[in-house]
Design a protein around this ligand. Structure first.
Ligand code: GLC
Length: 428
């Protein structure tokens, strides 16, 4: 069906090679091997980008996929925490301010104090499924378990099975308009959209990135739908990884944890219109802004068929909301904040990773035709505008970083819908 499959694969392989970085880090005193999201705009190792790169690499260069994930977890702290950015080399001055604010050790930042959507176990499962030996699994599994246990233990202050983020950047969806209300942005202008999250980060820095103090102050405490859906998806994957490693009890434990997270999303985050929304503050206020994350619970295993039908029929396929010429926009067209063109990130354009999530969810619940259409449209975007960071959902024009790493997820999407591989993955 996808006649350009081989060509896209070739281009993706080349891009990932060009963005590959390896060496010995003087600051972190260890070797590294990773793929940067984009050489100019994003030279460091980002957490969820690396997971996406590993998924694409699992089809193109399995050994590098393993090294990518091992580099990512190599800076894991004793507690289990893994940072959202690793600065393997001393950053150029133009990035310094950001890294000082977010840095775990602000005086000598080598990695940040933040998290990113926890897609690590799912990415690992995709790699392990391609791997013949079990050396990689044995090496990485204990670290991954510790990471998820840390998240559940430290990021769920109200113990409702939904983890919280403490900065918009932790969701990977930096300027998602759903955060405007949380950040008290009354007039979204380029300046206010940019400054408000930085103020939160400065506060976190002054609190020494101490989670107890940050949650107590309650300035930015968001139970984000994407973050929690990816948590559930990865806990299922982790259960499967434990089973591969013949750890039956552990596998059951992580399945139970996945079920708990799913139940919490399904009971607490659904609005009256059937869409899912983030909750913020200790009062768990629901932010009713329609973004692609409102659809993401279609990735859940235990979601009711009628809820999925409603999400797909009334919202995803609604031409006034998400079904635009180049779907799926990050914000519904019906929202006043919807901006399809270049501008602050995540306020309208289509991204390849969001399509990738939705394709898995649709496929899992039997919406194969719609999944194929999204894959075809994603191919069309890349053919028209290259591997860009994001695209105009009305015209297909590309914006932001060039040679953007996670847009190579197209390779995994094509593989999924062409070979029906979903039955063998952790999301099913
Ligand atoms: C932007 C994105 C974030 C991503 C990073 C590196 O900040 O919003 O999700 O991880 O760039 O690509």
């Amino acid at each position: 069906m996808f006649c350009q499959r081989d060509e896209l694969k070739k281009q993706a392989r080349q891009l990932l090679r060009d963005n590959h970085r390896e060496g010995y880090s003087q600051q972190l005193k260890r070797n590294y091997s990773y793929t940067c999201p984009s050489p100019e705009a994003y030279p460091f190792q980002w957490f969820w980008d690396s997971c996406f790169h590993a998924i694409a690499l699992s089809h193109l260069d399995l050994e590098q996929a393993k090294r990518e994930l091992l580099s990512l977890v190599s800076v894991q702290e004793e507690s289990g925490f893994c940072p959202h950015i690793i600065l393997w080399e001393k950053p150029e001055w133009k990035y310094t301010l950001l890294n000082v604010i977010q840095g775990k050790n602000p005086l000598r930042p080598s990695y940040t104090a933040l998290i990113q959507p926890p897609v690590l176990a799912f990415a690992t499962l995709k790699v392990v499924e391609k791997d013949k030996g079990d050396g990689f699994l044995k090496e990485i599994l204990p670290k991954i378990k510790r990471y998820y246990l840390w998240l559940l233990e430290n990021r769920d202050p109200d113990k409702d099975n939904l983890i919280s983020i403490i900065s918009p950047y932790e969701s990977g969806l930096d300027y998602k308009p759903a955060y405007d209300e949380v950040l008290d942005i009354k007039e979204p202008t380029r300046l206010s959209i940019f400054v408000a999250p930085r103020m939160i980060e400065l506060r976190n820095l002054f609190l020494g990135h101490n989670l107890k103090k940050i949650f107590f102050r309650d300035h930015f405490n968001v139970e984000d739908v994407l973050v929690n859906v990816t948590l559930a998806q990865s806990l299922w994957a982790l259960a499967k990884l434990c089973r591969f490693n013949k750890e039956g009890k552990e596998s059951e434990k992580f399945e139970r944890l996945a079920q708990n997270v799913e139940a919490a999303i399904l009971t607490k985050c659904q609005g009256e219109d059937g869409l899912f929304y983030d909750l913020y503050s200790q009062n768990e206020v629901m932010v009713k802004v329609k973004t692609f994350t409102s659809l993401l619970p279609i990735l859940l295993k235990t979601i009711d068929k009628t809820v999925v039908d409603n999400l797909v029929r009334d919202h995803l396929l609604n031409t006034g909301e998400f079904w635009l010429p180049y779907p799926v926009p990050s914000v519904a067209k019906s929202e006043p904040t919807f901006k399809p063109g270049k501008g602050p990130l995540w306020r309208g354009p289509t991204w390849i990773n969001t399509n990738w999530f939705l394709v898995y969810g649709l496929w899992q619940h039997g919406y194969k035709e719609i999944a194929c259409q999204i894959v075809e449209k994603s191919c069309a975007l890349i053919q028209k505008s290259g591997f860009r960071e994001y695209y105009n959902p009305l015209t297909g024009r590309g914006y932001g970083a060039h040679n953007f790493g996670w847009s190579t997820l197209i390779v995994d999407m094509i593989e999924l819908v062409e070979d029906g591989k979903i039955r063998k993955t952790g999301s099913n």
